[in-house]
Design a protein around this ligand. Sequence first.
Ligand SMILES: Nc1ncnc2c1ncn2[C@@H]1O[C@H](COP(=O)(O)OP(=O)(O)OP(=O)(O)O)[C@@H](O)[C@H]1O
Ligand SMILES: [Mg+2]
Length: 383
Amino acid sequence: MNGERGQGRWFRRSVLGLLIAGVLTGHLLVPVVHQVPHDLFIRLYYLPIALGGVWFGLWGGLGTAGLITLLYLPHILFVDHGNLTFGYLLEIPVFLGVGLLTGLIVERQAQYRRGLEAQAETLARSHRELQEQTRLLLEKETQLRRADRLSALGQLSAGLAHEIRNPLGAIKGAVEILEEDYPAGHPKAEFYAIILKEVKRLNDVVTNFLNFARPVAPHFAPVDVREVLTGLEGLISGQARAYRVQIFTSFHVGPARVMVDEALLKQAFLNIALNALEAMPDGGDLAISTRLADPATAGILDAEPRQEWVEAIFDDTGCGILEEHLGRVFDPFFTTKKDGTGLGLAITYRIIENHRGIIRVMSQPGKGTTFVITLPLEGAMQT
Ligand SMILES: Nc1ncnc2c1ncn2[C@@H]1O[C@H](COP(=O)(O)OP(=O)(O)OP(=O)(O)O)[C@@H](O)[C@H]1O
Ligand SMILES: [Mg+2]
């Protein structure tokens, strides 16, 4: 680019030089007695002067006029031009004036153009920033709406669980009393055992559901995300083998400690990993990796510029998610599976949110899905 501009300059200088040389030669060769052609050559000096101004601005116009004056003056002074000498000398201030004016006008115009270009650039930048802010705001709004629905779900399920648990407690108590009438070995005693076992199972299911849906008080401690992921890999390796899914891990070198509730984070990662396995019933690859994140690309709107983030990435080669489903996968009860509850990702979403993190999903139907979880590195939890 600079080279091209340099070449252009040299080309213009050469043209200017040739033009001046040509006009000067004509001027010197045509004797003053042939006044019309002689004067024509003098007028022709204005051509390189104007060109100098147009091509090289103020100093180009003045410089060319000055150079022509230097070449022109000795000829006027030392060759006898009779009573025309004074008129020819007067031409010199006009040369300089034309050079000055052309240069000034061209520079003004260039300045004006540069101003317009700068304004256009500023406008374009503001437009881009505005677009980016709008996108982030829309994303935040979606997150807020989702959080709303999740807290409603939490309240609903807390009430529901309460309603179920109390009668379960009563059933259990009553069965325990009735059980005393049937000593061990009695044919009906085993029915009481079954009732108690099933009551306990129901109670566990409700408790688990409650723990998931209602925010439990997390116990934050500094944990290396890579260790959580390594633990997770061990946890799902058996199931992965059954699905004929190969797991690949690649972790970044450097800081990865985040303030988390390890059990909750593991739960969140497990939900994502299990979904990935379920999306690859005929086998495939699941790549689990970590990297340090840039807040801008992670869509962290109010991030401090110096805040550091770490990302955990789950990349599968499964069935992918249809575009019209992509915005709903974190919604409670959204499922495309016959026996899915649609709660896995809703819970995951809330866990990540409680850790002041962000979860994003990208997918190409038929090719695979990527979940990216961005978490603030240790030191970011206290604000
Ligand atoms: N890795 C993935 N590949 C393809 N689809 C996915 C993936 N992860 C999630 N989904 C889609 O998102 C939906 C919601 O997932 P979520 O984990 O919340 O519920 P679920 O897996 O259907 O049920 P549950 O987790 O309760 O067993 C899934 O039904 C599936 O359609
Ligand atoms: Mg799931």
